[in-house]
Design a protein. Structure first.
Length: 211
């Protein structure tokens, strides 16, 4: 059965470029991004992994652990890592699973048989410290993902996990947010004593809460 937002992320143990990974130990109360790429030594994947490595300090700042997945062999990862560093200017700085039997890929429905029988699509799962799936994105092999968007969504997920707000279209960290519909006017007055803009009773806009 497909893994959906709100489901508990399944646990697994698999080999990686940084040794065996037991997923729940790896998460260890942090946020995590688990993402698959279809194949080593391919152009789009090379750019994606290089860019994700470049963004590692941004993931670290947000307390997010990054874990890549490939159904290729561990030996191949080492050779490809050199190409990634050479062509993208950043060395791999997060573990890459070698899921050669496709066990983790199947567990997370990363193989879409009508797209390809053995290679994964480009899946992204963001998993919270509670091990629940907070975000799921899927792209076809031919389209590279936007990892700046993954960071943007993480900013929203972390903010909305801690405050009674939601983030509007194209929101970026620091911009105004929307008071949750579930918050009554009385409760909103307590949480947002400086008030809010209210173009409609269901659209209550406040500056982004800090911390
Ligand atoms: C790529 O990364 O360029 C790629 C990988 C698998 C299928 C198609 C494209």
């Amino acid at each position: 059965m497909a893994i959906l937002i709100g489901d508990t992320a399944p646990d697994f143990t698999a080999d990686s470029t940084e040794g065996p990974i037991h997923f729940y130990d790896f998460i260890e109360g942090s946020w995590a991004v688990l993402f698959s790429h279809p194949k080593n030594f391919t152009p789009v994947c090379t750019t994606e992994l290089g860019y994700t490595a470049k963004l590692k300090p941004e993931f670290d700042k947000r307390g997010v652990k990054v874990l890549g997945l490939s159904v290729d062999k561990l030996e191949d990862h080492a050779g490809w890592a050199k190409d990634i560093e050479e062509t993208q200017g950043t060395a791999l700085n997060f573990p890459l699973l070698a899921d050669t039997r496709g066990e983790v890929a199947r567990l997370y429905d990363m193989i879409h048989p009508n797209a390809d029988n053995s290679l994964t699509v480009r899946s992204v799962f963001v998993i919270g410290p509670d091990k629940k799936v907070k975000l799921k994105i899927e792209y076809p092999a031919s389209t590279g993902r936007n990892f700046d968007e993954v960071l943007r969504v993480i900013d929203s997920l972390q903010l909305t996990a801690n405050h009674s707000v939601a983030t509007p279209v194209n929101w970026k960290n620091g911009e105004d947010v929307i008071i949750s519909s579930s918050l009554s006017t009385e409760a909103a007055k307590e949480k947002f004593p400086d008030g809010w803009k209210e173009p409609k009773p269901y659209l209550r806009i406040v500056p982004q809460p800090r911390a």
